[in-house]
Design a protein around this ligand. Structure first.
Ligand code: FAD
Length: 424
C-alpha cells in the first residue's frame, strides 16, 4: 500500500470513528456519575473518571468524613512510632484541581430501579452510573458479646483507621507491666491479609521498648498465617523472642467483657489485658442494604471487565466490598487498581468505545516488622477471558528475602505515591 492510499484509508477510518464517537461522546457530559465512598477505591475512581474523560464527565463524590485517613501505615500509630495526622489527606484537591463535586454525607439507600440514591440528610440524587466503594462492614454479631464490648470500648477493632486507632494505642500504652495484648483474626477473606500480623509486630515493638515483660497473643481462626507467613515467623523469632505467641486454628466465638476473657470454639477461655477483636467482615453496609451482596450475602459479585455488579446494571462496585478473584487481596492498592479499570470502562461505555477486553492489575503490599524494617509481597493479575476472572501471572511478583530499612523507605514512597494518585 502506498503512503497516499494508506493515509486516505486511515483518514476514512478516523473519520468514521470520530463520527461515531462524537455522537456517542455527547452522552458522556450529560451523564450523572455518582461515587459512594472516598476511600482507596472511590476517591481514585472519581479522579480517574475526570482524567479519562478529559474532564468532561460530571462526577459527584459522596463521603461522610471530612478527610481521608489511610488504613495502610495506621498500624504504626498503634505501635506508637507515627501519628494519624501523617496518614490523613484532605478531600479538597479532588474538587479544586479535578472539578469533582463533593457532598459530605452518607448514602442511606440505593433505588436501582429508579436510579436514585438517598442521603442520610434526606436529599435524593439521580444517577446514570453509580460507583460504590464503601469498604467493609464488621459483623459484630459474629462473636457473642462483641457488639456491646466494642460499644463500651472494652474491645477495640481499629480496622477502619480513625479514633479507634489512637484509642487502641492508648490502651496498649496503659497496659499493666507484664500484661497481655490479645489480637484475634477471623477466617479469610478479610480486609488486608497481612495487616493483623503487621499489627502484632507493631505492638511487640512498642512493648519491647516500654513494657518488656508484656506479651502479644495472636489467636488466628485460619490454619496458618495468611500472608508472608515465613517472613513474619522469622521476624517474630529474631526480633521478639518469647514475646509473640501465635495460635492458629483458634476461632474466637465470644467475649466476656467484664472479665476481659475470650471464648474459643475448641480451646479453653483466654484472659488478656487489652483485647483487639477482629470479627468476620463483609461488604460495606450500603452494598448489603442495596441487595448487591450476592456472594453468600457477604460480598458483591462483579463483571471483572468493568466492575459492574452482577445483581444491578449501571452500578459498579470496587475495593474490599467485592468477591475477589483467586489470590487477589483485599488491599488499598487493589482498590486503586479496580477503580482505574472501572473508570476507563465507564468512560468507554458512555462514549460508545470498546471496553478494554484485557485489563491487568498489580498489587504491592508492605508490612513493617518494627518501626523501620519492612517486607513486601507483590503480584500481577491478568484478566482471563475464558474464565471471566483475574488470574495471577506465573512468575510475576514475589516476596522480600528479609526485612530491610531500604524497604521501609520504599513503603513510605508507596504510601505517599498512592495517596497522591488517589487524592492529589
Ligand atoms: C491495619 C490495616 C493495614 C492495611 N495496610 C495496607 C497496606 O499496607 N497496603 C494496602 O494496599 N492495603 C492495606 N490495607 C487495606 C486497605 O485499607 C483496604 O483494602 C482499602 O481501604 C479498601 O479500599 P475501599 O475503597 O474498598 O474502602 P475504604 O478505603 O475503607 O473506603 C470506604 C469509604 O466509603 C465510605 N462509606 C462507607 N459507607 C458509605 C456510605 N453509605 N455513604 C458514603 N460513603 C460511605 C467510608 O467513609 C470510607 O471513606 C490495610 C488495612 C488495615 C485495616
Amino acid at each position: 500500500m502506498d503512503r497516499r492510499h494508506f493515509m486516505g484509508q486511515s483518514a476514512a477510518v478516523l473519520g468514521l470513528l470520530a463520527g461515531l464517537s462524537t455522537q456517542a461522546r455527547a452522552n458522556l457530559p450529560k451523564a450523572e456519575i455518582l461515587v459512594i465512598g472516598g476511600g482507596y477505591g472511590g476517591a481514585t475512581a472519581a479522579k480517574y473518571l475526570r482524567l479519562f474523560s478529559n474532564n468532561t464527565a460530571r462526577v459527584t463524590l459522596i463521603e461522610p468524613n471530612t478527610a481521608f485517613v489511610s488504613c495502610p501505615m495506621s498500624n504504626l500509630v498503634i505501635g506508637g512510632s507515627r501519628s494519624l495526622a501523617e496518614m490523613t489527606s484532605p478531600y479538597d484537591t479532588l474538587s479544586k484541581r479535578h472539578g469533582i463535586k463533593i457532598i459530605q454525607d452518607s448514602v442511606s439507600n440505593i433505588d436501582a430501579e429508579k436510579k436514585m440514591v438517598k442521603l442520610a440528610s434526606g436529599k435524593t440524587l439521580r444517577y446514570d452510573k453509580l460507583v460504590v466503594s464503601p469498604g467493609i462492614s464488621l459483623n459484630m454479631n459474629s462473636i457473642e458479646g462483641l457488639a456491646q464490648a466494642n460499644k463500651d470500648g472494652v474491645t477495640l477493632q481499629a480496622w477502619k483507621a480513625g479514633p479507634e486507632t489512637v484509642a487502641l494505642h492508648k490502651q496498649i500504652a496503659a497496659m499493666r507491666e507484664g500484661g497481655t495484648f490479645a489480637l484475634t483474626i477471623p477466617e479469610a477473606p478479610y480486609r488486608c491479609p497481612p495487616g493483623p500480623y503487621e499489627r502484632a509486630c507493631q505492638v511487640a515493638n512498642y512493648l519491647k521498648q516500654h513494657n518488656p515483660r508484656g506479651k502479644v497473643l495472636v489467636l488466628d481462626a485460619n490454619q496458618d498465617i495468611v500472608s508472608k507467613g515465613a517472613l513474619f515467623k522469622k521476624a517474630w523469632a529474631e526480633q521478639y523472642p518469647g514475646m509473640i505467641e501465635y495460635r492458629p486454628k483458634s476461632n474466637v466465638i465470644g467475649v466476656d467483657a467484664k472479665n476481659k476473657t475470650l471464648k474459643l470454639e475448641v480451646e479453653d477461655d483466654v484472659k488478656a489485658d487489652v483485647l483487639n477483636v477482629l470479627p468476620q467482615m463483609a461488604a460495606g453496609e450500603i452494598a448489603i442494604k442495596a441487595g448487591l451482596a450476592n456472594s453468600n450475602a457477604r460480598w458483591v459479585n462483579v463483571n471483572f471487565l468493568n466492575f459492574e455488579s452482577t445483581a444491578r446494571k449501571d452500578i459498579h462496585v470496587l475495593g474490599d466490598a467485592i468477591q475477589i478473584a483467586p489470590l487477589m487481596p483485599k488491599s488499598g492498592h487493589m482498590a486503586n487498581q479496580h477503580a482505574k479499570v472501572a473508570a476507563a470502562a465507564i468512560v468507554a461505555e458512555l462514549s460508545g468505545w470498546e471496553v478494554n477486553p484485557a485489563p491487568v492489575l498489580t498489587n504491592t503490599c508492605y508490612s513493617f516488622v518494627n518501626d523501620r524494617e519492612v517486607v513486601h509481597v507483590a503480584s500481577v493479575h491478568q484478566y482471563n477471558a475464558a474464565e471471566k476472572t483475574f488470574k495471577t501471572v506465573p512468575g510475576s511478583g514475589g516476596l522480600s528475602p528479609a526485612p530491610s530499612i531500604l524497604e521501609g523507605i520504599y513503603a513510605w514512597g508507596w504510601a505517599r505515591n498512592i495517596w497522591a494518585d488517589s487524592l492529589g
